[in-house]
Ligand binder design. Structure first.
Ligand code: B16
Ligand code: MG
Length: 207
């Protein structure tokens, strides 16, 4: 039985991918190439600097470390502009209700996200207090598929990874949850998330 539930943020609780896309696309435009929504799929669940690496590969652009940091910073500034306007109505269907349901059953709830903007986003959505622990990109150094973020989240809940279920929309995140030793519920399409223990369309299916 599940004692803890660990949620990824982008793609599970809220669709911030569309704002990441707008900000990455405008960086690509400044660099002189098109970055498509299909290209953007490859950035889901991937850390900021690794996302930039993929984007530069798509555009065939070379950049040194200082230039990369500047580009990542410019992208993040634009992204933060978008998410500054996030509203509670943008919480994905069923997410809030499912968090409340778990809490009412005594299941501990954690966030396990790659984003360095996670706390800001949860505050904008008004759901920070529904989490017993928040582990995000500011607290871990190894990106998914490394299990670090989910190991840290279960430890923060005072639980073993095997007592926790991870909810993830990205293949790298599903892999990270499995490597941590948790059960994994994939959110999205079964072909991308084939390794998950169960795949659902969204948290609305669980409420
Ligand atoms: P930031 P998740 C991930 O969130 C996003 O899916 C990914 O596209 C993004 O690059 C990453 O966070 C880092 O975000 O630039 O805000 O630190 O799915 O792990 O909640
Ligand atoms: Mg995600």
């Amino acid at each position: 039985t599940m004692k803890g539930a660990i949620f990824d943020l982008d793609g599970v609780i809220v669709d911030t991918a569309k704002y990441h896309y707008l900000a990455w696309r405008s960086l690509a435009q400044r660099l002189g190439f098109e970055f498509t929504e299909e290209d953007n799929e490859r950035l889901k669940g991937v850390s900021r600097m690794e996302s930039l690496q993929i984007l530069l590969e798509v555009g065939g652009v070379e950049a040194d470390e200082a230039e990369r940091l500047e580009m990542a910073d410019a992208k993040n500034k634009e992204y933060v502009d978008y998410i500054s306007r996030l509203e509670p109505s943008e919480i994905l269907p069923g997410a809030r209700a499912y968090l409340l349901l778990l809490r009412s059953k005594g299941v501990k709830v954690a966030l396990g996200s790659a984003s360095k903007n996670a706390e800001f986003i949860l505050n904008r959505l008004g759901i920070t207090e529904l989490f017993d622990a928040i582990i995000d990109g500011t607290k871990v150094s190894k990106a998914k598929p490394d299990p670090e973020v989910f190991l840290a989240a279960s430890a923060a809940l005072g639980l073993e990874p095997s007592e926790c279920v991870v909810f993830e929309d990205a293949a790298a995140g599903v892999q990270a949850g499995i490597s941590a030793g948790s059960k994994v519920v994939g959110i999205g399409s079964a072909d991308i998330l084939a390794e998950a223990d169960r795949v659902i369309g969204g948290l609305y299916e669980l409420v």
